[in-house]
Design a protein. Structure first.
Lengths: 100, 284
C-alpha cells in the first residue's frame, strides 16, 4: 500500500535533484527547468499531505502553485529572450553587468 | 467484507504499489537525466517525462483534477513555452563543460546531498500518518470539492491570481517586444539587396544528388563535393571521418588530392590550398 510518506519521500528526492541542477547548470533555460522540477516536487508533497489529512486544502494550494509557476515561467522566459537578444547568449555567466 | 472483496482490495493496493514504484523510479531517473544531459532539448524532453509521471502520481493520490491540470498546464503549456524559447535561443546551445567557479560542481553536489540528508532527516522525524480513509472527494467528486474550496475559503487568493496572470501577460509582452529602430525594408529594397549580394538565386536545397534526401544531408555539387550551403546551420552535422561515405561521394575519390571532392576535412585543408577558395564559399 502506498502511504503519504512515500509521496513525500519522492518529493524530497526530486526537490534535491532540482536544487542541484539549479546550482550546477549554466544554461538559463535549463536552470528554469530545474526550478520547475522543484515546484513539481513541492506540489507532490502538497498532494501527499492532502491525502494524509483527508481534506482538499493541499490540492487547492498545489493548484495555486501551478498558476504562479505558469506566470513565473512566462515572465522568466521573456526576460531570457530579452537578455539573449542583447547579449547573444543564454548562459547565466554572461549577464554580469550588475555584478560589482 | 466478503472474501472476494478483500481479494479485490488487495489487488488494487498491489497495483497502486507497482504503479507508484515504477513511476517513482522513472521520474527520479529522468530528473537525474535533466541535471546531467548536456543539450537543452534533451532536458526539456526529460522534464516532460517527470511531469507526466507526476500527473499519474497525482491521480493515484486522489487528485484527478490536479492530474489533468498538470498535463494541460505544465506538459501542454509551460513545456511548449520552454521549447519555443529553445527554438528562438538556439537548439545547438549546449552547456559548457568549463567550470566558471573552481570546484563548483563538487560543492554543488555535496550541497545537494546535504540538502537531501537534511530533508530526509526532517521528514523521517515528522509523524506522517497513514492515508485518511478514502472519501468521495478523492474520487468522483474531486472537482466539486476543489471548486467549493476555491470559491469559498480561497476566493480572495483566486481573485488575486487573475491580477497576477494579467500582470504576467502584460509583462511578457513588454519584455519580449522589440522596438523597430530602422524602417521596414520594402520589396524593392529587398530585391536590390539580393541582387547586390552577388548570389540572387536561392540557396541549394538539401539532399540533391546525395544518397538520400534527409534535411541534414548536404547536396552534392557537380564535382561531387558536398555543399554545406544547402544545410541549415542549426541542424548541420559536422563531417566526421566515419560518416564520410554517407554523403554519397564516390568511394574512389577519397584521398585523391587532385579531386576536391569528398575529402574536405579540416585536416585536409593545407594540402588543398588551391581548392580552398572555391570550397570556402560553400562553407558556413
Amino acid at each position: 500500500m502506498v502511504s503519504p510518506a512515500h509521496y513525500i519521500a519522492l518529493a524530497v528526492i526530486l526537490f534535491a535533484i532540482g536544487s542541484v541542477g539549479v546550482l550546477v547548470r549554466r544554461n538559463a533555460i535549463v536552470v528554469f527547468m530545474c526550478i520547475e522540477l522543484m515546484l513539481n516536487a513541492v506540489n507532490l508533497a502538497f498532494v501527499g499531505f492532502a491525502r494524509m489529512h483527508g481534506n482538499l486544502d493541499g490540492q487547492v494550494i498545489a493548484f495555486f502553485v501551478m498558476v504562479v509557476a505558469a506566470a513565473e515561467v512566462v515572465v522568466g522566459l521573456a526576460i531570457l529572450t530579452a537578455i539573449f537578444r542583447a547579449r547573444r547568449s543564454a548562459s547565466v555567466d554572461e549577464a554580469n553587468l550588475l555584478k560589482y | 467484507m466478503s472474501h472476494p472483496e478483500v481479494l479485490a482490495a488487495g489487488a488494487a493496493a498491489t497495483a497502486q504499489g507497482i504503479t507508484f514504484w515504477l513511476l517513482a523510479v522513472i521520474s527520479v531517473v529522468a530528473g537525474l537525466g535533466l541535471v546531467l544531459a548536456r543539450r537543452a532539448v534533451h532536458c526539456a524532453v526529460l522534464l516532460a517525462v517527470v511531469m507526466l509521471c507526476l500527473a499519474v502520481l497525482y491521480a493515484l493520490a486522489g487528485a484527478p483534477f490536479l492530474a489533468f491540470v498538470q498535463v494541460i498546464v505544465y506538459t501542454g503549456a509551460v513545456l511548449m513555452l520552454f521549447l519555443f524559447v529553445l527554438m528562438m535561443v538556439g537548439v545547438t546551445a549546449t552547456d559548457s563543460i568549463v567550470e566558471t567557479i573552481r570546484g563548483q560542481r563538487l560543492w554543488a553536489g555535496l550541497a545537494g546531498i546535504g540538502l537531501l540528508v537534511l530533508l530526509a532527516l526532517t521528514v523521517g522525524h515528522a509523524v506522517i500518518g497513514p492515508a485518511a480513509p478514502a472519501t468521495a472527494q478523492f474520487g468522483n467528486s474531486n472537482v466539486q470539492g476543489v471548486a467549493t474550496l476555491i470559491f469559498t475559503s480561497f476566493v480572495f487568493p483566486f481573485e488575486v491570481t487573475s491580477a497576477l496572470l494579467i500582470t504576467a501577460a502584460v509583462g511578457a509582452m513588454v519584455l519580449a517586444h522589440r522596438e523597430r529602430t530602422t524602417p521596414k525594408p520594402t520589396q524593392r529594397e529587398l530585391a536590390r539587396r539580393r541582387v547586390a549580394s552577388g548570389s540572387p538565386a536561392p540557396l541549394p536545397g538539401p539532399g540533391t544528388y546525395a544518397r538520400h534526401n534527409a534535411v541534414d544531408m548536404p547536396a552534392l555539387l557537380p564535382d561531387g563535393s558536398p555543399s554545406q550551403l544547402s544545410v541549415s546551420p542549426v541542424i548541420s552535422r559536422q563531417p566526421e571521418p566515419g560518416q564520410r561515405e554517407l554523403s554519397g561521394a564516390a568511394p574512389g575519390a577519397h584521398h585523391d588530392p587532385g579531386d576536391r571532392g569528398a575529402d574536405d576535412h579540416e585536416a585536409a585543408l593545407p594540402s588543398e590550398a588551391g581548392a580552398g577558395s572555391q570550397r570556402g564559399e560553400g562553407r558556413w
